[in-house]
Ligand binder design. Structure first.
Ligand SMILES: CC(C)(COP(=O)(O)OP(=O)(O)OC[C@H]1O[C@@H](n2cnc3c(N)ncnc32)[C@H](O)[C@@H]1OP(=O)(O)O)[C@@H](O)C(=O)NCCC(=O)NCCS
Length: 231
């Protein structure tokens, strides 16, 4: 996998990114200035152009403030799938998605989350996030991933998780453990996590109910050093 552009790797650019975020959110920032800053923000945020195992050209990039509609169109069909692997029961409204994205951008700015979006042929078809815990659990972060049906089964999940963790390690010094929770029926997710080296550390029996059937909520963890850095 080759990266064609990575604007976020040195600390000078990272600091500039933070400043742009701050200017953009200032109450006295005019619409015109906000547009200019947003364009600059796009330039400095991380974006990788890669080829998946099967040759598919993919882009992994950070979110932009105007991604909400596309993100909603990506997540809703997954939510509607039976045994989706996700917690949600009902589709997102545009308003909810906009609020979620704004919160994500703020957390990205604060370095408490990294979020990479997967694009194939200009369409958002996946997301992967690493969210840092707080205070006495600051050495830990939780990873979450979802791909549209069309992007599954091509090894893209593995690439996304590796790249997202690599970015999190750069942005979040002191990160030692990555954990996750998944439902026991989600055999594909479990296979991916095991392949990456995640170990099961327990489960909550009957932690999730799909219709009338119960499944376990499985907890897994990996040390960040045990995941090979692809950057
Ligand atoms: C779970 C998910 C992220 C996996 O990503 P992916 O790119 O589809 O994963 P891959 O194609 O690389 O498959 C991972 C492994 O699972 C195996 N696998 C594929 N389908 C499988 C299945 N139905 N049952 C068991 N294993 C399966 C593959 O063989 C592969 O291992 P390999 O590379 O050694 O052959 C993705 O399918 C997805 O987003 N699903 C919907 C949302 C979801 O479940 N998110 C996770 C919530 S915890």
């Amino acid at each position: 996998m080759q990266s064609s552009r990575d604007e976020g790797s040195d600390s000078g650019k990272e600091a500039l990114l933070l400043k742009i975020h701050d200017f953009r959110r200032a109450p006295d920032c005019t619409t015109k200035r906000r547009q200019i800053l947003t364009r600059r923000l796009h330039h400095y945020m991380v974006s990788y152009s890669l080829k998946a195992k099967d040759g598919t050209e993919i882009v992994l990039r950070e979110p932009k403030p105007n991604d909400a509609k596309q993100l909603m169109m990506f997540i809703n069909p997954i939510i509607r799938e039976p045994m989706s692997g996700l917690l949600f029961t009902s589709p997102m409204t545009l308003k909810a998605e906009e609020a979620w994205l704004e919160a994500m951008l703020e957390q990205i700015r604060k370095r408490s989350i990294v979020l990479l979006i997967l694009e194939i042929e200009g369409r958002i078809v996946g997301t992967c996030s690493v969210q840092r815990r707080m205070w006495k659990e600051k050495h830990r972060a939780q990873i979450g991933i979802a791909l549209s049906r069309c992007a599954r089964g091509r090894g893209i999940g593995e690439v996304m998780m590796r790249m997202t963790v690599a970015l999190a390690r750069r942005r979040m010094p002191g990160l030692e453990l990555i954990d996750l929770a998944t439902y026991s029926y989600n055999t594909r997710a479990l296979a991916l996590y095991r392949k990456l080296g995640f170990k099961s550390v327990g489960c909550l029996p009957h932690g999730v109910k799909e219709g009338h059937r119960y499944y376990d909520d499985v907890f897994m963890v990996i040390r960040t050093d045990d995941l090979v850095d692809t950057n």
